[in-house]
Every structure is written in C-alpha cells, then in structure tokens.
Design a protein around this ligand. Structure first.
Ligand code: FAD
Length: 489
C-alpha cells in the first residue's frame, strides 16, 4: 500500500520503520531539513546543544525497532548515567541522586530526613503501578474494546486503590513525605507530560519510574543520534524522505484518504499517518472536514517551555549532566512572569549540560548550558518582554547559587519559546505535548491513534494517545500500526 507520513518526529520515524518493514511504499514529508522534529541540533560558534529532549529513558523501545528490522542494537551507542539529577534548593540544600535505588533512598533520608521505608514503598509502588498501567495505557489502544478486554486490563484494574484517584500528584506527595522539598522533587515529574502536579491525578506519580527506577541514559554524540539512527533504520527498510516539504492538505474521497497536497506537489496515498500536532492536523490539513472531534481538540493544552541555550565560558564542578534548581519563593521570582491561567504552577530551572559527557560539545574550560523553565502556551503574550524577564530571573538564581556572575560568562545565546515551537514544529500554541493531563480522565480525552471517521487516517506522536515523551511517542507508532493491520483484516 502507499503510505504517506506527515512529519519525521520520533513518532513519524517509528511509524516509517514499521510500515516500511511490513513492505509498504512509505514517503515521509518533513517540513524541516532534518529528521527528529523536536530532537534537533543547534550549533553556534564552538558550541553544540540538543535543542529539545535531553532526558533519554526507555531505550528498550528503540531496541524493539532494531530487533524488528533484524539490525544489531549494539551499533546504537548510549550509556547509563550514574546519577539522574543534581538538585539545588534555594536554602543551600544540594545533593545528587544516584541511579541506584538504595543509594538514592540513603541520600533522601540523609539530606531531607525522610523515612527509608516510606521512600522504598513509594518507589516500589511507582514501579508496580507503571508495570500494571503501561500495558493498558501506554502500549495498547484505549479506543478499541477488543484491545482492552484482556488479562492486562484486570491487572491494571486490580491496583485501582493504589492509584489514589481522588488525589492530585502534589496531594499524595505532600501527605506522604515529611519534608516539602521531597514533595517538590517528585511533583516535578508532572512537567514530563506538560501538566501541573497541583491538578494532575496522583496516578501519574509513576512517571518517575522510568527515570528513577530504571535509569537515565545518554546517547553518544547527543540525543540527535536517536533521530539519526531511526531515520537510517527507516531508510534501510525502504522508506523515502522528502525534507523541506510541507503538507498543506489531506485530500479525501468520501471520507476516505485520497492524497496529500504539499507545498511542492500532490501524491496519491491509501494510508496517511499524521505526526503533526493533532489539533493542527484537523484545523490546517482538514479545514473542511465537519466531524472533527471538537471535545478532544478543545481540552486544556499542555505547557510550553522557554529554553536559553548558553555557551558558558567556564566549567563548574558542582554541576552534573542534569541539574535542577528549585525556587522556593517561585511566586515572587517566577510566577509574575507568566500571569495566565495555563501557568505551570511551580517553575524550576532545569539546566542540562551535555559537554560533561562529550567534550566536543564545548571548547575546553567551557560548558553548553540548556537552561529551561516551563511556561504557558502562546496566548498572545509579549514574548520578547518575557524572554528578558525570564533571562534575568534565571541568571539571578544561578549566579547566587553558583556564586559567580553568570551574565558575564555567556559567550553564545539562542532562545526558544512557545512561538518558536509553533513555527518550527507546528506545535499548536507552542504546547509540547498536545493536551495536558490535568484531570483524571485526561487519558481518555487524548485522540486515538486512528480516525473513527476517515478511512485510512492514523495518528502518532506526543499529541495523541498515549502521550508525552520519546518512549510514549514510539509506542504511539506501534499502536497506530497495529490498528492499521487490524483494519486490513
Ligand atoms: C524543550 C523540550 C524538552 C523536552 N524534553 C524531553 C525529554 O527530556 N525527554 C523526552 O522524552 N521528551 C522531551 N520532550 C518532548 C519531546 O519533544 C517528545 O518526546 C518527542 O520528541 C516528540 O515527538 P513527536 O513524534 O510527537 O514529534 P515532533 O518532534 O513534534 O515532530 C513532529 C514533526 O512533524 C513535522 N510537521 C508538522 N507538520 C507538518 C506538515 N504539515 N508537513 C510536514 N511536516 C510537518 C514537524 O516539522 C516535526 O518535525 C521535550 C520537548 C521540548 C520542546
């Protein structure tokens, strides 16, 4: 069959591998010049940065694609980090969290006075909930009864009391731990799918399982290797890529896929897989289609981010690869920056420094900082003003913590905000993950991996089921392909 894929993000790449491996004629249209979408590269002067994702978890989902294609996964070079994050609190408390659970528990017990048994039970529960939920909510379509009705459903349902469905992530964490700093540490995982810990259900206190229990990894030569490797894998299976070619319309014949019109030409297809933000897929590519699922498309959007890519003219021993700077009086320091309803309630600065691992990302005695804060989607704010205010708030916080005037060390700078995400990757309003997960029914309000009304149309990527992050985007491609195969029978 002729399969057209819109977008070469990690979801589109996963779909390209699966459809091409199954023998279909696959063409991937990508508006940008590179594969990987938000897994993008930035080079300025002597510095290099991964522009988007930097926390790599769940390498087994990439391994699955290599094995599917009969390729040697050991050619994909990556390593597990000894520590996940270094934490910096405003009162001077600092520690590094080991990738080993017993050491991590020891640290949180010593530094924050937490009970070791409570911590162990909490982390084990995260893992058990993840393992019960993942086969249903992450690896299966939630939108087809016959996928749901099996033993996995009963395993997931049997743990319902453990999901604390009547609490938010923050309520559970604040109740369980003595120290507000521990709750803050675990609350932050809500941002991994663009949600707020004060609204997202406690069930999502399993997001940290992959990072904390299973570990954080780093591909050799940076995150862009994920995109490059999946692109080569897809090409080896016969998929063709048209970079710098934007899809403008999905054309239908009686609610059935007919063709894709791009800014260069027109192509006939039997099947279309959209990796474009699902909101824009309907609004921009199917503007005349009258049955768009408005309720799903009008849910609250997930958060956006502002990232300062700084070439820093100094090295800091106190910083690791991933660093989190909490701000206790965030109301004063950050909240006034983004006075909108969609504010993520607890901004913290996340600095990611890859050159600690790979020296050619920065010159000797220098570091490539990726300083990110979560922020709301674009609702018409004056972003140039916000960029200035965010920059000075971040620099103040870091300068105090590191006892150095950071502004004088910035040799190179590039800034990404919600407007950039909208324009560069077609992320609607600049949201990173499509709908937020700010209520307990959110998983059911994510768009399915197929269209109920348009024959031959499928969806992948973080804006559709199962949601945010590289592992989930890869799963979206797997589910979409399984739904396609089922539809052929
Ligand atoms: C700053 C930042 C930090 C992040 N950190 C992490 C992290 O640490 N770990 C993690 O797992 N995830 C992280 N994420 C989320 C991450 O972006 C996703 O996990 C994943 O990369 C998204 O993949 P996707 O398949 O949804 O597509 P995207 O990366 O959004 O790609 C979609 C592609 O479709 C293309 N496209 C759209 N419309 C068209 C069209 N009409 N025609 C042709 N092409 C089109 C776009 O150009 C784009 O290349 C982060 C995101 C950002 C922005």
């Amino acid at each position: 069959m002729k399969v057209g894929i819109i977008g070469a993000g990690v979801g589109g790449l996963g779909a390209a591998v699966r459809f091409a491996k199954a023998g279909h004629d696959v063409i991937v249209f990508e508006a940008n010049e590179h594969p990987g979408g938000k897994i993008n590269n930035l080079e300025l002067g002597d510095f290099r940065w991964d522009m988007g994702p930097s926390v790599f978890t769940g390498p087994e989902y990439i391994k699955e694609l290599y094995e599917l294609c009969g390729e040697d996964f050991s050619t994909f070079k990556f390593k597990k980090l000894d520590e996940s994050f270094r934490y910096f609190y405003k009162d001077g408390t600092r520690f590094s969290l080991s990738a080993q659970q017993d050491k991590l528990i020891q640290t949180l017990s010593e530094e924050l006075g937490e009970d070791k048994v409570t911590l162990k039970n909490y982390l084990d529960k995260c893992g058990k909930n993840y393992k019960a939920i993942a086969p249903m909510f992450i690896e299966t379509s939630l939108h087809r009864w016959r996928h749901l009705m099996n033993k996995k459903l009963f395993k997931a349902l049997s743990r319902i009391p453990k999901y604390k469905l009547n609490k938010t992530m923050h309520e559970e964490n604040a109740q369980l731990f003595n120290n507000a700093k521990t709750a803050q540490l675990f609350d932050r995982y809500a941002t991994y799918n663009g949600s707020s810990p004060y609204k997202a259900p406690a069930m999502l206190n399993m997001i940290q399982h992959l990072e904390i229990n299973e570990g954080v990894y780093l591909p050799e030569h940076g995150m862009v290797q994920i995109a490059k490797s999946l692109h080569s894998l897809a090409v080896k299976q016969g998929a063709k890529f048209h970079f710098n070619e934007k899809v403008e319309r999905i054309e239908l014949d009686n609610e059935k896929i007919k063709s894709l019109k791009t800014d260069k030409s027109k192509y006939e297809f039997d099947i279309v897989v959209s990796n474009m933000d699902v909101l824009h897929t309907y609004n921009k590519l199917l503007p005349d289609f009258s049955k768009a699922p408005e309720k799903i498309l009008n849910q609250e959007r997930s958060s956006s981010a502002m990232v300062f890519y700084w070439g820093i003219n100094k090295t800091f021993d106190e910083l690791g690869v991933h660093n989190m700077f909490f701000s206790d009086d965030y109301k004063a320091e950050f909240k006034s920056l983004f006075e909108t309803k969609t504010l993520y309630d607890d901004p913290s600065i996340y600095i990611h420094i890859t050159c600690k691992e790979k020296s050619d990302d920065a010159p000797d005695n220098a570091e490539n900082w990726f300083a990110m804060i979560n922020c709301p989607v674009d609702t018409g704010q004056d972003w140039s003003e916000y960029r200035q205010r965010a920059k000075s708030a971040i620099i103040n916080r870091l300068s105090r913590e590191l006892n150095t005037d950071i502004s004088s060390l910035i040799q190179e700078e590039f800034v990404m905000d919600a407007k950039f995400i909208e324009e560069k990757y077609s992320g609607a309003l600049g949201s990173i993950y499509g709908n937020s997960s700010n209520n307990k029914y959110a998983a059911f309000y994510r768009h399915a991996n197929f269209s109920k009304d348009i024959k031959g149309l499928y969806f992948v990527g973080v804006t559709v089921h199962p949601g945010g992050g590289i592992p989930l985007a890869l799963n979206s491609a797997k589910i979409a392909f399984e739904c396609f195969e089922e539809d052929q029978k």
